[in-house]
Design a protein around this ligand. Structure first.
Ligand code: GLN
Length: 305
């Protein structure tokens, strides 16, 4: 398997030239587009890796399924579903599309920014610091890595410049979809996006979703199986934003991308995959990362369809 991964990296590295590293969060512009890593954790216990697997990057939107999991663990499916929809928007992750029509919960889902910002308000905790700490703790448990922390520079950079997210959060507040103080909610969201991970962490998190709540290390269930079904279904239809349909056809597994260049893929019952290559397409998805997943899916028959 390690050989196959090396081969795929070699074959796909050229595609990173077709993308650009994110620059709308100034600190992310410092990423090296040549970095490329892949890690896989399989249900038979095998762990395979190739390339820049130990390089850390910010989780960005890959935290959205973890936010959703935490909201489900704290409130249950019915409550979460009643407050944030599950339909694909077919729009960019930070789309505003203000039309003078009332914004309804069914217009958003947990994998776009508005839905994820709303998820922050559903995490249990006496303060927003406590909510973030609980989210970080869940991330560490899922990844089996208690050293996971925050990239302070990216957090400050996004907090300073994240005005579009401010606009989205104020729209949520205007339409009564969140009640708490907008700056506090956003602070939790910006911190969540700035959690620092590597490919190995993403492979573990993907594995926990693939195995319906059981992590690789100790086998003790972290969350109920039905939450994995809920999260994985939304990842399948919305995880790659307005590229989700194309990704479903070409790769065929639930996955989540982030503008830090990571992709986490979930192959139900079989494996968790973590990829890092920071050059992005215009939708904010890693170009070489998607190509590598396409190759892997073809070679290992990963598509669930
Ligand atoms: N922190 C980023 C933002 O809110 C996350 C977006 C992404 O990874 N697609 O803009």
């Amino acid at each position: 398997m390690d050989e196959l991964l090396e081969e795929i990296l070699k074959e796909c590295t050229v595609f990173s030239k077709e993308g650009k590293v994110a620059s709308y969060i100034p600190e992310l512009a410092k990423a090296n587009p040549a970095d490329f890593g892949i890690a896989i954790l399989s249900s038979d216990g095998r762990f395979s890796r190739a390339g820049d697997c130990g390089k850390v990057f910010t989780i960005q939107s890959i935290v959205k399924p973890i936010l959703l999991l935490q909201a489900l663990m704290d409130n249950g499916v019915e409550y979460v579903r009643a407050h944030v929809g599950v339909e694909a928007t077919g729009k960019p992750f930070d789309a505003i599309n203000y039309t003078e029509q009332t914004l309804l919960s069914d217009h958003i889902n947990p994998m776009v920014n508005m839905g994820a910002i709303a998820m922050c308000t559903m995490i249990g905790g006496a303060s927003y610091e406590e909510r973030f700490d609980r989210l970080l703790e869940l991330t560490r448990r899922l990844a089996g890595n208690d050293k996971i922390g925050l990239d302070e520079k990216v957090y400050q950079s996004e907090k300073r410049t994240g005005n579009k997210n401010r606009a989205l959060a104020y729209l949520l507040k205007t339409y009564g979809m969140i009640e708490d103080d907008v700056e506090q909610v956003l602070d939790c969201y910006f911190r969540a996006c700035s959690i620092q991970v590597d490919c190995v962490d993403l492979a573990h998190i993907g594995f926990a979703l693939a195995s319906h709540g059981r992590p690789a290390q100790d086998g003790e269930r972290i969350f109920p199986s039905e939450y994995a079904s809920y999260v994985n279904a939304i990842l399948m239809t919305c995880g790659m934003y307005d590229g989700s349909g194309d990704f479903a056809v070409k790769v065929g597994v639930p996955a989540k991308s982030g503008v830090g260049g990571g992709i986490m893929a979930v192959v139900p019952t079989r494996m968790g995959i973590g990829i890092f290559s920071p050059a992005l397409d215009e939708k904010g998805n890693s170009v070489a990362g998607i190509r590598a997943l396409e190759a892997l899916s073809r070679k290992l028959y990963l598509s669930i369809f």
